[in-house]
Design a protein around this ligand. Structure first.
Ligand SMILES: Cc1cc2nc3c(=O)[nH]c(=O)nc-3n(C[C@H](O)[C@H](O)[C@H](O)COP(=O)(O)OP(=O)(O)OC[C@H]3O[C@@H](n4cnc5c(N)ncnc54)[C@H](O)[C@@H]3O)c2cc1C
Ligand SMILES: NC(=O)c1ccc[n+]([C@@H]2O[C@H](COP(=O)([O-])OP(=O)(O)OC[C@H]3O[C@@H](n4cnc5c(N)ncnc54)[C@H](OP(=O)(O)O)[C@@H]3O)[C@@H](O)[C@H]2O)c1
Length: 560
């Protein structure tokens, strides 16, 4: 890598090439006509979550017609819930379309960001992992006017602290670091965990392994996913009549927003619906094993932990080669996992799969970020990670986070949150770019009092949500019960909040008075995803035209 001026200076540095990083980059091009940006990605591909998680069975649990950018619809999704490979391919095609590859530096890990008060720029330490570039310089500094973190909440695998794990002599794989060269066929396999990831791996591994032991600590509520292929005629209709595809997206949005009542609000009738669906599916899938069904039935309310969507999890547990183990794990030896409980037992295995989740509470880990007056992010967050609207942090000028503290959901697509964040942050970046064009340096950061009152309001609401229920522990909250990861409302509420930038919420060092609307706000709008009254009324017309279209499309083929 040539470390010339152009390579070490940029207007915006974006960390991560997942949905967050690529969305911010596209908005820079669309909204700010800015192509002076760099995306630093520690991996070798675009996709983030969708390039890291290649385990068998990996797919989304929000329909891809909603789990995708509103501005890059794909008429051609093959299924309601496509596989990881299909989602990643789509993300690659979007990155290609927008010409992002020339901005992405792969194999580049950010270890530090340091705000330079005088120059009003970030000094970003970039480590080159391997390859020819690393031979002549393993690290360099990139200077940027604005720094964006798009590293997500689920990118650092969590390895459990279990006595003896390091002594195991067989194969160990974390779900997010799957080794496809290892053949599962004919192996005695154990999997620790039964969350959303394990629920996807178990049915696939069960088909190949000679035996599979699932180590479950806490059961989960599981509802049918009802995955189906999307027919060619439907895909063709989506392609030629985009209004039908758009309508489908808004119907999915309505359905998902309704699910908020089930996932996040205590004591609703929708929660009873989840209990009923789960227990009925369990009874259908495991008809003659009441002991197994009892072990799989949670005692906490649905939504307290993530509700799992799966059609094949319960049937897999009912297979003769699969055992559900609920006794606590005592230790791991060279060749086995031993459990305590009424009868201690040693389970001999060849392969251990850790579906134990991610380090979700150390946002931006392990990067070191230093803001105004050298203040570190770990100092700002010494009580708990928090941000203004999930995107801006105290003492961190010209800095933004996507999918940051309190922006995760239990009921809808994270991509919708990311789009709102990207639009909002691009409004801030726009001011910095305008100042730069005029040869001036502009710095803005959220006011501490604003962050405090926002988080007070947020935490009060969250404490009334299902996530706070003390009957469960989850990756959403600390052991003390503070919810760090989740947003408190619906997506529409979040989008509405993010549709305005109120400049009085920011401390602004503005030598050129670029905040033309200081004291007021800029209305930046939002993507309206939910159905409008008009859309609902037009449903009849659309259904009619799609039937006509499908007929016209299929008629010549049926005659052949
Ligand atoms: C298996 C799985 C399935 C999921 N399914 C769904 C779903 O169905 N619906 C849903 O809404 N959400 C789902 N999620 C959540 C998912 O993480 C988000 O929807 C979304 O993909 C997050 O995108 P992101 O770009 O913010 O983060 P990520 O996709 O995690 O991307 C972060 C990127 O930053 C890079 N990076 C990290 N640190 C550094 C560094 N120091 N330097 C350089 N690069 C760095 C990483 O390599 C990665 O490429 C799922 C998560 C997992 C793990
Ligand atoms: N689209 C999808 O369908 C999909 C798929 C995968 C992931 N995701 C997303 O990613 C998130 C994380 O999912 P995940 O399944 O990877 O992680 P997770 O939900 O955090 O689950 C981790 C699992 O490991 C268990 N575990 C952790 N440490 C353990 C230990 N020391 N001993 C025994 N068991 C241990 C946990 O048990 P406890 O429950 O007792 O803590 C839990 O069952 C999901 O919530 C979801 O947001 C989505």
């Amino acid at each position: 890598m040539a470390h010339g001026q152009g390579r070490t200076n940029t207007t915006v540095a974006i960390i991560g090439a997942g949905f967050s990083g690529t969305c911010t980059a596209i908005d820079l091009i669309k909204r700010n006509q800015c192509r002076d940006f760099v995306i630093l990605e520690k991996g070798l591909e675009v996709g983030g979550t969708w390039s890291d998680n290649t385990y068998p069975g990996c797919c989304c649990d929000v329909q891809s017609h909603l789990y995708s950018y509103s501005f890059e619809p794909n008429s051609n999704w093959s299924r309601e819930f496509p596989t990881q490979a299909e989602i990643q391919r789509h993300m690659v095609s979007v990155a290609e379309k927008w010409g992002l590859y020339r901005h992405i530096r792969f194999n580049s890990t950010v270890s530090e960001g340091r705000w330079n008060e005088e120059r009003k720029k970030w000094d970003i330490a970039v480590n080159i992992g391997s390859g020819k570039e690393a031979e002549y310089g393993e690290q360099y500094t990139l200077k940027a006017d604005f720094l964006i973190s798009g590293v997500g909440q689920l990118n650092q695998p969590y390895y459990p602290e279990i006595r003896g794990l390091e002594n195991f002599s067989g194969k160990v794989m974390h779900s997010a670091r799957w080794d496809w060269t290892y053949p599962i066929n004919g192996k005695r396999v154990a999997i620790i965990g039964n969350g959303a990831t394990a629920a996807q791996i178990i049915p696939e591994v069960a088909k190949q392994a000679i035996s599979l032991t699932v180590f479950q600590r806490t059961p989960n509520w599981v509802v049918p996913r009802n995955d189906t292929a999307i027919s060619v005629s439907r895909r063709t209709a989506y392609h030629y009549i985009p209004a039908i595809r758009k309508r489908y997206r808004s119907q999915l949005m309505d359905m998902r927003e309704d699910f908020f009542q089930a996932a996040s609000v205590p004591d609703t009738k929708e929660k009873d619906g989840i209990r009923k669906d789960c227990l009925e599916m369990m009874a259908r899938s495991i008809p003659s094993n009441t002991e197994l069904r009892a072990k799989l039935t949670p005692v906490y309310p649905p939504g307290c932990k993530r509700v799992i969507c799966s059609d094949d999890f319960f049937p897999a547990l009912n297979r003769s080669n699969v055992t559900l183990q609920t006794d606590p794990i005592e230790q791991i030896t060279r060749t086995s996992i031993s459990t305590s409980g009424k009868r201690s037992h040693e389970h001999e295995i060849d392969c251990l799969i850790l579906a134990t989740g991610f380090k979700t509470q150390q946002f931006l880990f392990p990067m070191e970020i230093y803001g105004s007056q050298g203040r570190s992010l770990s100092d700002v967050w010494k009580e708990a990670p928090s941000a203004f609207r999930g995107v801006n942090v105290e003492s961190m000028p010209n800095f933004g986070i996507l999918y940051g503290p309190n922006t995760n959901l239990g009921h809808n697509s994270i991509v919708l949150m990311i789009e709102a964040q990207s639009r909002y942050l691009n409004a801030l970046i726009g001011k910095v770019i305008a100042a730069k064009k005029a040869g001036l340096l502009l710095a803005l950061s959220p006011k501490p009092a604003v962050i405090e009152s926002y988080n007070k309001w947020l935490q009060e609401r969250l404490q009334k949500s299902t996530f706070a229920d003390p009957r469960c522990q989850s990756w959403y909250k600390t052991a003390e019960g503070r919810i760090l990861n989740n947003w408190c409302g619906t997506v529409v509420e979040y989008q509405q909040m993010m549709s305005k930038v109120q400049w009085q919420n920011y401390e602004i060092e503005d030598p050129g008075n670029f905040m033309v609307s200081r004291g007021a706000f800029d209305q930046i709008g939002r993507v309206v995803e939910e159905s409008s009254f008009l859309q609902k009324s037009l449903d009849g017309v659309l259904i009619g035209s799609s039937v006509l279209f499908a007929g016209a499309f299929l008629w010549p083929r049926t005659r052949l």
